[in-house]
Every structure is written in C-alpha cells, then in structure tokens.
Write a protein that binds this ligand. Structure first.
Ligand code: IPE
Ligand code: IPE
Ligand code: MG
Length: 224
C-alpha cells in the first residue's frame, strides 16, 4: 500500500468475535483470542502504512453486561496481549494509550495498562489508542464535567486531548452502527463497513478500506 492518502486517524469497531467462534462450534473466548491475533497484525500493518493514530474499540461501557466468564476472559486477554506485545511495541516506536474510564478494571489490569503507557511513552510512530470501558456519551459527559466553569473547549477536555478527529471508521462483521464509539471525533469521518468478521480481518481487508477511503470526496460542508 503506497502512502498516498492514508488516513491519519483510523478507528475500528472490532466486531464479530463470538460469531466467528460460534460457526466453528467453539467457545466465544476463542473468538476473542483470534481477535487479539488480528489486533497484532493490523497494528503492525497500520504502523507500516504510516497511519498516525489507530483507535481500537476493545471493550465498551455496555460490555460489562456480558456473562462474567466472558468478561473475565477479556480481562485476562488484555493482560496477555500487553505482556506479549510490549517488547515489539517498544522496538517499533508504538505508543500505547488508554481511552476510557479505567477505574472499574481489576487492579492487575490497571497495572498492565499503566506499564504499557509508561514504557511506550516515547514512541514516535503509531499511536495505538486502546478504547476500554469506553463510551462516547460517557466521554462527552466527562468532558462537560471537566469543563464546568472553565473557558475551554469540549475538545480539550476529552479523555485524551490532542488526538485529531477520526478520518476513517471501520466496523467489521456486517453490523452498521456506532454502538457508542467515539461520538465526538466521528463527526466528519468516512465510514466503512465490511461483512468480514474481526478474527478473519487481514491486511488485504485493511487495504480494501484504504482504497475505499482514497476514493472518497471529503467536503466538510464546503462546495469543493
Ligand atoms: C467483539 O466481538 C468483541 C467485543 C465486543 C469485546 P463480539 O463478542 O461482539 O462478537 P459478536 O458481535 O457477538 O459476533
Ligand atoms: C461494540 O461491539 C463494542 C466493541 C467492539 C468493543 P458490540 O458487539 O458490543 O456492539 P453491539 O452490542 O452489537 O451494538
Ligand atoms: Mg458484537
């Protein structure tokens, strides 16, 4: 993929893990495991293609309502992912950031999040924004609370100030909805939906999304 018109900020709603497992007669957790493999591949590919920000929806504020065994397995996977991937994130200059309200996570998970943020803080290639216990409405409420009485912009009070708007939003698995993802930053994003389930999503599928993005005529309300 050449670097012409690569979106600077790509956001992905990584959906379809459970369906991937179900058609194989496997437990949902195996779908999440394969999904984590896809994360590894796509992070590497986006860094190589010159994407600056990659926001991944890994756990929504609503996902706590899932069965306890699934939530527990996801917590374990976050730890495992960081544990395994931290060395190559550091080596490749990837900066790991958390967006969302981390208070609700088990202590051990919080420690891994902090460790990954701390040890990759000087990364200069891809900013990998892991959105966990993330809700778009909650983020706007948080910003409004922070703003109260101050002469600042909502934009500067979001979970991670300084991150640009999303250029391209991808959702896998055929669902065509936002599910409370980055409401504020999606205002002028190009949307790309694919039927591919997240565990099956490859570099080729990412190229298809980039290709589609290249053909878009972004107007931002102007006559261009
Ligand atoms: C997305 O896959 C992963 C998370 C929400 C954590 P799902 O678990 O939602 O899989 P489907 O959409 O039910 O197939
Ligand atoms: C959105 O997927 C959240 C993540 C991908 C982490 P869901 O599977 O939770 O969304 P709905 O329930 O289909 O809207
Ligand atoms: Mg889903």
């Amino acid at each position: 993929m050449n670097k012409i018109k690569i979106p600077s900020h790509v956001a992905i709603i990584m959906d379809g893990n459970a369906r991937w497992a179900r058609v194989r007669g496997l437990d949902r957790v195996w779908g999440h495991r394969r999904g984590a493999e896809t994360v590894r591949k796509i992070v590497r590919y986006c860094a190589r293609c010159g994407v600056n920000y990659l926001s991944l929806f890994a756990f929504s504020t609503e996902n706590w309502a899932r069965p306890k065994d699934e939530v527990d397995a996801l917590m374990e996977l976050f730890i495992e992912y960081i544990d395994k991937r931290l060395p190559d994130m550091k080596e490749n200059g990837i900066r790991f950031l958390i967006s969302g309200n981390r208070e609700k996570f088990p202590e051990k998970v919080k420690e891994y999040f902090m460790r990954a943020e701390r040890e990759t803080a000087y990364g200069k290639s891809l900013n990998l924004v892991f959105c966990v216990n993330y809700g778009g409405r909650q983020e706007i409420e948080y910003a409004a609370g922070k703003l109260a009485g101050k002469d600042e912009k909502i934009e500067d009070c979001l979970y991670l100030p300084g991150i640009p708007d999303v250029d391209l939003l991808i959702r896998t698995s055929g669902e065509q909805r936002i599910s409370n993802f980055l409401l504020w930053k999606l205002a002028y994003s190009e949307l790309y939906f694919t039927d591919v389930l997240w565990p099956d999503f490859t570099e080729y599928d990412m190229d298809m999304a980039f290709k589609s993005y290249r053909r878009r005529n972004r107007k931002f309300g102007k006559r261009v």
